[in-house]
Design a protein around this ligand. Structure first.
Ligand code: SAM
Length: 457
C-alpha cells in the first residue's frame, strides 16, 4: 500500500520522530476488528471471553460473522475499536436526551443506546437517504426502543430542537485518513484540498449542532482522520466562535493521548481532547473532543409538541391490547401509540413539533393492522426481552438457519395457535405464528439470508 506523497510529507513535518512509526503502522495490514455486545441481551460467554477494549464498556477485540445468530439477533455490533472511544466519551446517563447528528450506519448510535438502556430519548439523524435505511436497520436489529430516526440536514434540525439536548454527538464526515489501512480506496479522493473541503463542511455542521445543546449540556465531536484542520483547529475555531462552549477533559486510557495544541492555535485546553493513533494502540485512529456549554447561557424552549401520525381507532386499540396482553405480557413497550397509514408505532414522549423534519421512523415499529388482525413487527421482536415476554418459543440452530432463510418450521409438539417470540440460544430472532404444527415465517423478506457451513463456528 502506497500512501499519498503529500500525506507522508505532512505527517513527517507534524510528527517528527514519531512519523516513521505512524506511517509504518498505516501501511501494515489492519488487525483491528472489534465488536460491542448488547447489554440488553443474554450474551453468550464465548463473546465476553475475548480480550476487552480498555476504554469501551461492552467492547471486545475480535470478529463476529455477519451471517451469525449473534449478529442477526442484535446481540453484537461489529465496530472498529477506536470508534468505540466516541460512545464511551459521550457516555450519556439514563434518562438523558441525546442527538446523534451524523449517525449512519449506527455504530455510535447503538453504543449510545446501550448507555441509555431504553430510557430518555435518542434522536438519531442521517442526512443521506440511502444511509438512513441502513441506520434504521441497525437501530432495529440492536433492539433500540426509544429512538426517533430522522433524515435531515443539520440546518433543518436546529430550529426544531433549540437548546434541547443533554448531549449532541457530531461524528463528522471527514477526510477519513484513519480508514486508509482498512479501505485503501479512501486514498483515491484524499488531497490537501479535500481536507480543507471537509473542514468547511464540519464548520457548517457544528454551527447548527451547537444550537441544539441545552445550557449545561455537552457536545461531543469526533472524526476518523488525523488532519489537524479537522481536529484541533476545528475545536480551536469552535471555542473562539461560540464562547459559551469550553473543552472539558476526556478520560484517556489504553494508549489514548492528549490532543496537540501546537497543531492549532496553542490553546492549552485542546489537550483535553483525545487522539488515538494506530501506532500507539490497537485501533485505526480517531480524534474525540468533549465541550461543555455554560449553564449561564439562556436557553429557548422548542416550539410546540409533536403530532405524529393518527390516534388509534377503538378497533385498533382492542387488537393491540389483545396482542400485547396475550403475547408480550408485562413486556409491552412504553411510548405514545400512533398509526401512520396501517403501521403502529410507539413514539417517544415529549417531542417538540416535528412538522419541518423528515421523520424516517417516528419510534419503535410495533406492527401492522390488517383486516381484523394485528401482525407484530420484526423491530418489536428484537426490542423485546424474551425473559419477560409471555409467549416465547425456543428454536434450535437448524431451525434458525431455516428461519432466516424464510422457511416455515414444522414442530413435533406445537403450543396453542397464536403469535410467539421465537428465541434461539436465548436471543430474540423474530415473531412467528403457530398454526397447527407449523410456525409461519414472518422474517422480513428484505433481510433473509442463507447460512453456509463456514458461517457457523
Ligand atoms: C463518519 S460518518 C458517521 C458514522 C456513524 N456515526 C457511525 O458510527 O456509524 C459521517 C456521516 O455524516 C453524514 N454526512 C455527510 N454530509 C453531512 C452533512 N453535511 N451534514 C450532516 N451529516 C452529513 C454522512 O452521510 C455519514 O453517514
Amino acid at each position: 500500500m502506497k500512501l499519498p506523497d503529500d500525506f507522508i510529507t505532512k505527517y513527517q513535518r507534524l510528527l517528527g520522530a514519531e512519523a516513521p512509526a505512524f506511517l509504518a503502522a498505516l501501511t501494515e495490514p489492519a488487525n483491528t476488528a472489534g465488536y460491542r455486545v448488547n447489554p440488553e441481551r443474554q450474551v453468550p460467554a464465548k463473546l465476553t471471553s475475548a480480550p476487552t477494549v480498555p476504554y469501551a464498556p461492552w467492547g471486545y477485540f475480535g470478529t463476529v460473522k455477519g451471517r451469525s445468530l449473534v449478529h442477526q439477533s442484535g446481540t453484537v455490533y461489529s465496530q472498529e475499536p477506536s470508534a468505540m472511544f466516541v460512545g464511551a466519551t459521550a457516555a450519556p446517563a439514563r434518562g438523558e436526551r441525546v442527538l446523534d447528528l451524523c449517525a449512519a450506519p449506527g455504530g455510535k448510535t447503538t453504543h449510545l443506546a446501550s448507555y441509555l438502556q431504553g430510557t430518555g430519548l435518542l434522536v438519531t439523524n442521517e442526512i443521506n437517504r440511502k444511509r438512513v435505511r441502513v441506520l434504521a436497520e441497525n437501530v432495529e436489529r440492536f433492539g433500540v426502543a426509544n429512538a426517533l430516526i430522522l433524515n435531515d440536514s443539520p440546518d433543518t434540525l436546529s430550529p426544531v430542537f433549540p437548546d434541547f439536548f443533554d448531549k449532541v454527538l457530531v461524528d463528522a464526515p471527514c477526510s477519513g485518513e484513519g480508514m486508509f489501512r482498512k479501505d485503501p480506496g479512501a486514498m483515491d479522493y484524499w488531497s490537501l484540498d479535500y481536507v480543507d473541503e471537509c473542514a468547511a463542511r464540519q464548520r457548517e455542521i457544528l454551527t447548527e449542532a451547537v444550537k441544539m445543546v441545552k445550557p449545561g449540556g455537552q457536545l461531543i465531536y469526533s472524526t476518523c482522520t488525523f488532519a489537524p484542520e479537522e481536529d484541533e483547529q476545528m475545536m480551536a475555531w469552535l471555542v473562539k466562535t461560540f464562547p459559551d462552549f469550553q473543552l472539558v477533559p476526556v478520560e484517556k486510557t489504553g494508549g489514548v493521548i492528549d490532543a496537540k495544541p501546537e497543531w492549532a492555535d496553542g490553546n492549552p485546553d485542546l489537550k483535553n481532547a483525545a487522539r488515538l493513533f494506530p501506532n500507539r494502540l490497537q485501533g485505526e485512529g480517531h480524534f474525540v473532543a468533549k465541550l461543555q456549554r455554560a449553564t449561564t447561557a439562556e436557553g429557548v424552549q422548542p416550539h410546540g409538541q409533536a403530532h405524529l401520525g393518527t390516534a388509534l381507532t377503538g378497533e385498533q386499540r382492542r387488537l393491540w391490547a389483545d396482542f400485547s396482553r396475550t403475547v408480550l405480557g408485562d413486556a409491552a413497550p412504553t411510548g405514545d401509540l400512533v398509526t401512520i397509514k396501517d403501521q403502529l408505532f410507539a413514539v417517544p414522549a415529549n417531542l417538540p413539533a416535528l412538522k419541518h423534519a423528515h421523520v424516517f421512523r417516528p419510534g419503535l415499529h410495533l406492527g401492522t393492522f390488517k383486516k381484523n388482525r394485528f401482525e407484530p413487527a420484526y423491530a418489536l421482536a428484537l426490542a423485546s426481552d424474551p425473559q419477560r415476554v409471555t409467549q416465547t418459543l425456543a428454536i434450535d440452530q437448524d431451525q434458525w438457519i431455516a428461519w432466516v432463510h424464510g422457511e416455515a418450521l414444522s414442530l413435533t409438539t406445537a403450543p396453542a395457535k397464536g403469535w410467539y417470540l421465537l428465541t434461539c440460544d436465548h436471543q430474540p430472532v423474530g415473531f412467528g405464528k403457530v398454526v397447527g404444527q407449523t410456525v409461519k415465517n414472518f422474517f422480513p423478506k428484505g433481510l433473509r439470508f442463507t447460512v453456509y457451513p463456514d458461517d457457523l463456528d
